[in-house]
Every structure is written in structure tokens, then in C-alpha cells.
Write a protein that binds this ligand. Structure first.
Ligand code: GLU
Length: 421
């Protein structure tokens, strides 16, 4: 096992770089291209003054990192969280490049973040912060340059403000500058559920691949935000038994399956999953180690680490979140023969439907929800098949296969375009 301090183990940039280096070595990647793809192309830091409700002025620090524009405009979400750091945004931007390449859509990778606690800010404060952040980045964004989307702490409303601010500066409505917008202002049907839907499709594919039956298949999900709740809803609809849900403020377990519809209603009413009487309240950390067929971390990075990996008891680990498993944990899970559906494949449904949204905005012609979902399902199935075949043919695990497939595609384009030096 590698000897890393917990701080080194949980640095998302180091985690990304370690997987990248490993895959690049396996690919025998040209040294020059290696250096080009290892580091982000552009990193922007902005300090955003915001007028707060009490009349004071607060200054927030924000980032936008564009890792690659080799295969198309930079693409990736914007995160509002107190834990945002440049290293985290860098890692997330690189993951977007690999993710878009795994599902073979014509985008590069980017990510943004603002250090703030959106739960403690009013709608007015969030709107002013979002508009000023957008204004600071105005010349770097655009449908052909860099297209943000929602991530943790941001939503459809945030995207509507970004679209409006950008449009005011451009003196015309530019819907294609962001994705994940409300449907009536250029959003795509199916976008909100898309990441969860993609998660459910790759779970189906993994079950088929491993010859397992959905009947009696127990699923535990960590996170009940957009990704976790939609994954839970769709998997329950497909006949899986969702036995556990963990959130930041508590966790629930019911061996017979949690009624997801009722839980969503409970959360809408009370603002939390806690206090839901049709399931047992359990420890949120321990829940991850309960027996289940599928475990879905769908919240944040570094959930499965050297501290708990040896106690994980699932057969399939489907990474709805970005970077939930550390490299040290990867080795432990490999010994336990856990089948991993890596983040850059498992949660790519969101950006895939973002791609559909961008396409629809640029055509000004919108598809039905069935059309969107059908196209998404096809891409997720094909990509799952590509990764699993790649792993078999090159005798590597699914995560390294996904990286190799992605790096190979981006390297090929980079060489084809040539380096402007
Ligand atoms: N934030 C999401 C992700 O990590 C979506 C990105 C997008 O749609 O551009 O994949």
C-alpha cells in the first residue's frame, strides 16, 4: 500500500494526477503531450465584492479553471461551498476533460467554484455574488469558449442569473452560455434528472455484465441532493431496493426498502431527511459499511478512504460524485474485488444532457423528454461497454481503463491539431 498522510491522500488534485500519470504511462504517452495534458490550460482567480443584506460589503474568492479546450469549448459546473480550493477546482476541471472524452462529446473540461456557504446566504446575496462572478469572467465565458453548469451548491436559478448577466453584457440573449437552466429559458427537458438517470443506466449495465438480478438488489446511497435523490428515485422505479440513504445531517436504513417518493415529500416539508419515521435512523458513516449489492457515493470527494475501505461490503461501487474514492482506497477495494464504475463514467449523464441542451439552444429547436432520455441512455450504455471492453483488452481496472480511453482521445486530437508554439 502507498504510504501517504491523510492530507496527501485526500488532496483531489493529487488523486487526479496519480491516476492520470498511471494511465499515461500505460498508454506510453509522448512526454510532451503528457506535460500538456497534465496541467490546466488556464486558471483564473477572482475576488468578488458583494453587497450583503445588512449593508456591509463582503469579498468572496472565486475560481474558474479551464483544463483543456482540445476537443471543444471548456465545459463544467460551478460549485458554491466553504471547502472550495484551487486544487479542488483544478482536479474537477481535469475530471471534466476526461469525463467528456469518455462519453465522446465535443467538449473540453473546466470547473468553477466560489468559497462561500450558500446555506447561510439569502437569495439576494447569492444573486449579486453570481452576477459579479459572471461579470469578472465575462471575456472567458461563451457558447464557443467555456460553458458552465450547476454543481454542488448551485442550481437552475444560479444558471438563469449567469445567462442573464452574460446576455446583458452581450446585448443579446445568449442561452447557450450555460446549461442546466430552467426549461422555459433554454433548458433541456431531462437535464435535472440526467446525472441520476445516467447512474441508474450504468448500474443496469453493471448488473447485466456481472449476471446479477435487480430483484432483491440492495442499494445504499450517500447524498440526497440532485444526484443522490434522482438516482434513488429512478433505481427504485426500476425495481432496485434502496435500503439506505445518508446525508450530511443523518442517515436512514430500512432492510425492506425506503419509500423514496415519501422521503422526497418529507424532505420537501421539513428540509431534512432526518425524522422520517418509515426508516431507522442510523450513523451516517457506518451506513457505508452495511451489506449491500450497490453503494453509490453521490455527494462529495474523499468518502471512501484508507480509513473505511476495508469495511466496505458492496459488490458494485457506482461513483455518482466526483472523486469519492482515494487512490489508497482503490487498491483496498481492488483486493476485495469490488466492481467500480468510476466517476468519469458513472456521473457523466449530467454533462451529456448538458451537451444536448447546448445543441438545442444553438438550433433553437427543443426535443421531447423521451428523445433526450433515449439519447442519454444510448450514450451511457455505449460508454459503459467501451470502458469495460477497454479494461478487458488492456488488463487494467475500470478506472484506469476510463482514464486511458479518455487520455487517448484527447491526446489524439491534440496531436492532430498540433501545438501552437
Ligand atoms: N457539474 C456536473 C459534473 O460534474 C455537470 C457539468 C456540466 O453539465 O457541464 O459533471
Amino acid at each position: 500500500m502507498q504510504t501517504l498522510t491523510l492530507e496527501q491522500e485526500t488532496n483531489p488534485w493529487e488523486a487526479q494526477a496519480a491516476r492520470f500519470d498511471f494511465a499515461a504511462k500505460k498508454l506510453n504517452l509522448d512526454q510532451g503531450i503528457w506535460k500538456v495534458l497534465r496541467y490546466p490550460a488556464r486558471e483564473l482567480i477572482v475576488h468578488i465584492p458583494v453587497g450583503m443584506d445588512d449593508g456591509s460589503i463582503e469579498v468572496f474568492t472565486g475560481y474558474r479553471v479551464q483544463h483543456s479546450v482540445a476537443r471543444g469549448p471548456a465545459k463544467g459546473g460551478i460549485r458554491y461551498s466553504p471547502d472550495v480550493s484551487l486544487d479542488e477546482v483544478r482536479a474537477l476541471a481535469s475530471w471534466m476533460t476526461w469525463k467528456c472524452a469518455v462519453v465522446n462529446i465535443p467538449f473540453g473540461g473546466a470547473k468553477g467554484g466560489v468559497i462561500c456557504d450558500p446555506k447561510k446566504m439569502s437569495q439576494g446575496e447569492l444573486e449579486r455574488m453570481t452576477r459579479r462572478y459572471t461579470a469578472e469572467l465575462i471575456e472567458f465565458l461563451g457558447p464557443e469558449k467555456d460553458v458552465p453548469a450547476p454543481d454542488m451548491g448551485t442550481d437552475e436559478q444560479t444558471m438563469a442569473w449567469i445567462m442573464d448577466t452574460y446576455s446583458m453584457h452581450m446585448r443579446q440573449t445568449v442561452t447557450a452560455v450555460v446549461t442546466g437552466k430552467p426549461v422555459n429559458i433554454g433548458g433541456s427537458r431531462g437535464r435535472k434528472e440526467a446525472t441520476g438517470r445516467g447512474v441508474s443506466v450504468v448500474c443496469d449495465e453493471a448488473m447485466k455484465h456481472l449476471g446479477m438480478s435487480i430483484d432483491g438488489c440492495r442499494v445504499i446511497i450517500q447524498g440526497f441532493g440532485n444526484v443522490g435523490s434522482n438516482s434513488a428515485k429512478l433505481l427504485a422505479q426500476k425495481g432496485y431496493t434502496v435500503t439506505g440513504i445518508a446525508e450530511y445531517d443523518g442517515a436512514l436504513y430500512n432492510a425492506d426498502g425506503i419509500d423514496i417518493h415519501a422521503l422526497i415529500q418529507h424532505r420537501q416539508k421539513t428540509g431534512t431527511i432526518t425524522g422520517f419515521t418509515e426508516a431507522e435512523a442510523v450513523d451516517k458513516h457506518e451506513l457505508l459499511t452495511y451489506n449491500c449489492e450497490i453503494l453509490i457515493p453521490a455527494a462529495t470527494e474523499n468518502v471512501i478512504t484508507s480509513k473505511n475501505a476495508d469495511r466496505i461490503r458492496c459488490k458494485i461501487l457506482c461513483e455518482g460524485a466526483n472523486g469519492p474514492t482515494t487512490t489508497v482506497a482503490d487498491d483496498i477495494l481492488a483486493d476485495k474485488r469490488v466492481f467500480i464504475i468510476p466517476d468519469i463514467l458513472a456521473n457523466a449523464g449530467g454533462v451529456t444532457t448538458s451537451y444536448f441542451e447546448w445543441v438545442q439552444d444553438r438550433m433553437g429547436y427543443f426535443w421531447t423528454e423521451d428523445e433526450v432520455n433515449q439519447r442519454l441512455d444510448n450514450i451511457m450504455k455505449e460508454s459503459f461497454c467501451d470502458v469495460v471492453n477497454y479494461a478487458r483488452n488492456h488488463n487494467v481496472n475500470n478506472r484506469i481503463a476510463a482514464y486511458m480511453l479518455a487520455i487517448d482521445r484527447v491526446a489524439y486530437t491534440t496531436k492532430q491539431r498540433g501545438i501552437y508554439a
